[in-house]
Design a protein around this ligand. Structure first.
Ligand code: SF4
Length: 80
C-alpha cells in the first residue's frame, strides 16, 4: 500500500548561456596605450580621441573582460 511519492521537483541549473555582462571604457582612466587592442583586436579599437572603444562585447568577455586593461579602464556593467 502507499504509492510512490510524486512531489519531487528536479533542480534545474540556472540557465546562463546568454552573456548578460557588458563592458565599457572609462575614458578618464584609459591611457590609449593600445594594450587591449593588442590583446583582443576583435574586441577593441582606438577611437579618434586616442582612447579605446569596445567593438565586440563578446570578444571582450572571452578575452578576459576588465582584466585586459592594466589601468582598470575597462569597467564591467552587469545587466539584468
Ligand atoms: S582601455 Fe586600457 S589597455 Fe586599452 S588603450 Fe585604454 S588604457 Fe590601454
Amino acid at each position: 500500500m502507499g504509492g510512490p511519492c510524486c512531489g519531487r521537483e528536479p533542480k534545474k541549473p540556472f540557465p546562463h548561456s546568454d552573456i548578460t555582462v557588458s563592458y565599457r571604457i572609462n575614458k578618464e582612466k584609459c591611457k590609449g596605450c593600445g594594450g587591449c587592442v593588442a590583446a583582443c583586436p576583435g574586441g577593441f579599437k582606438l577611437g579618434e580621441d586616442g582612447k579605446s572603444m569596445i567593438i565586440n562585447q563578446e570578444m571582450v568577455e572571452k578575452s578576459g573582460g576588465e582584466k585586459i586593461c592594466p589601468n582598470k579602464a575597462i569597467e564591467k556593467a552587469e545587466e539584468e
